[in-house]
Design a protein around this ligand. Structure first.
Ligand code: FAD
Length: 386
């Protein structure tokens, strides 16, 4: 494997770096440096301003076609952009559930009308998408979901409840799984629907997370009528009753590549190293810092392998479960180490504490780590189910 970047890739990196440094400063200045969390209503609005700055200069979705606001960049360049993004201290992407989770499935399964109607508006932050999969009694066991889509004249009647919908209270659209065939069971008879949240009969109720931010919502559907024809054509992605296959493609993106690029963890590992240099500590802590930094670097190299495989036509399968274990456990470790280094000063350090609180959710979202271990055991290692 050749781990060097070409001149063109280095030039792309330099462009990205310069743009990010200049524009992040401009964005911070706009709000006098008082940037709130993107999981609060005010902070979300501030982050949308940032998203539109990215979009205007075609940095929002670099690997997408130009027609949708991208640069037709290669996956390598996307990785480079991500490295520079997190290195420069770029903020959380409040459009992430759309651009990183839904979009890959729209590219794969969407009709031309859906692609044209959805992607550019998503990249520009005009339409804001949230993920409506989990329900009060269907999380890990997603196939037991009970929200229903009933076919009626000219559309669908939606009933049921979704929960843990990230930033749902601030979004305009939801991509969700609904049971469309009441006679079917489990993975069969589910339909993947693209739902505008302003339909009559849809209620979105925000609620707070552990850290107090209103980052979650419950979404209630009470006989909501979803027409067969919406602004982007059909609201059905991938065929009636064919939702499970589309959903599994989405989870592959979520766990494997698009949601958590290594740039994010390398930047945290580098900040941890700086903290170590500033504060020092016992040898045992030093060894843990080195070990965590190496695991972040190893994750980066492993991702280069994943990208190579993807480009050569070998998309990731069940092994994305191992990738998910890797990044989520690494993130907890990096933040725990920072808190150990800070000692009692940790209480005063907002960013590390906030980062640590969020890292604790990594082993839960995108499929819990216990379930990922089951998948890895059965489908990667070939161990028996019992
Ligand atoms: C920060 C965050 C953001 C999220 N955002 C979204 C979102 O935008 N949209 C959305 O739809 N959902 C979202 N979720 C929900 C997430 O997908 C679920 O929390 C997750 O799937 C687990 O489901 P659950 O919470 O119902 O837990 P349960 O499935 O009830 O699991 C409870 C415990 O039992 C364990 N367990 C369950 N089944 C097994 C098994 N077969 N073997 C071993 N152990 C098992 C689990 O690992 C867990 O420890 C988010 C969650 C978090 C934390």
């Amino acid at each position: 494997m050749d781990l060097t970047w070409t001149d063109a890739e280095e030039a792309f990196r330099a462009d990205a770096r310069t743009w990010l440094v200049d524009h992040l400063a401009e964005w911070h200045d706009r709000f006098d440096g008082d940037i709130r969390s993107g999981d609060t209503r005010d902070g979300f609005a501030q982050h949308l301003v940032w998203e539109r700055m990215l979009f205007d200069d075609r940095w929002a979705v670099v690997s997408w076609p130009e027609a949708y606001g991208g640069r037709d960049a290669s996956l390598w360049e996307w990785l480079i952009f991500e490295e520079e993004y997190y290195r420069s201290g770029g903020p959380q992407r409040v459009t992430q559930n759309g651009i990183f989770l839904l979009a890959p499935s729209i590219f794969e399964f969407g009709t031309e009308e859906q692609q044209n109607g959805i992607l550019r508006r998503m990249a520009a932050g005009d339409d804001l998408w949230c993920q409506g999969w989990s329900e009060p009694n269907a999380g890990s066991d997603l196939a037991s979901l009970r929200s229903r889509a009933t076919k009626v004249d000219g559309g669908w009647r939606l009933n049921g409840q979704k929960t843990w919908t990230t930033r749902g209270a601030f979004c305009t659209h939801l991509f969700g799984l609904f049971r469309s065939d009441p006679e079917s069971e489990r993975h069969k008879g589910l339909t993947y629907l693209l739902v505008p949240l302003d339909l009559d009969g849809v209620t979105v109720r925000g609620f707070s997370r552990l850290d107090g931010d209103e980052g979650f919502a419950e979404v209630f559907f009470e006989d909501a009528f979803l027409p067969d024809e919406v602004a982007y054509g059909s609201p059905v992605l991938g065929g009636v009753d064919g939702g499970w296959g589309v959903a599994m493609a989405t989870t592959s993106s979520e766990r494997g590549l698009t949601l958590r690029s290594p740039g994010r963890f390398m930047a945290t590992a580098d900040r941890l190293l700086e903290l170590w240099k500033e504060r020092g500590g016992p040898a045992q802590l030093r060894d843990r810092v080195v070990d965590a930094w190496l695991r972040a670097e190893a994750y980066r190299v492993q991702t280069l392998q994943t990208v190579t495989n993807t480009i050569e036509g070998r998309p990731a399968g069940a092994e994305t479960s191992l990738v998910k274990l890797w990044w989520s456990e690494l993130d907890v470790e990096l933040h725990e180490l920072a808190l150990d280094l800070l000692g009692e000063d940790a209480e005063l350090d907002g960013p590390w504490v906030k980062g640590w609180q969020f890292s604790l959710s990594g082993p839960i979202y995108a499929g819990t780590n216990e379930v990922q271990r089951n998948i890895a055991a059965e489908r990667v290692l070939g161990l028996p189910r019992r």
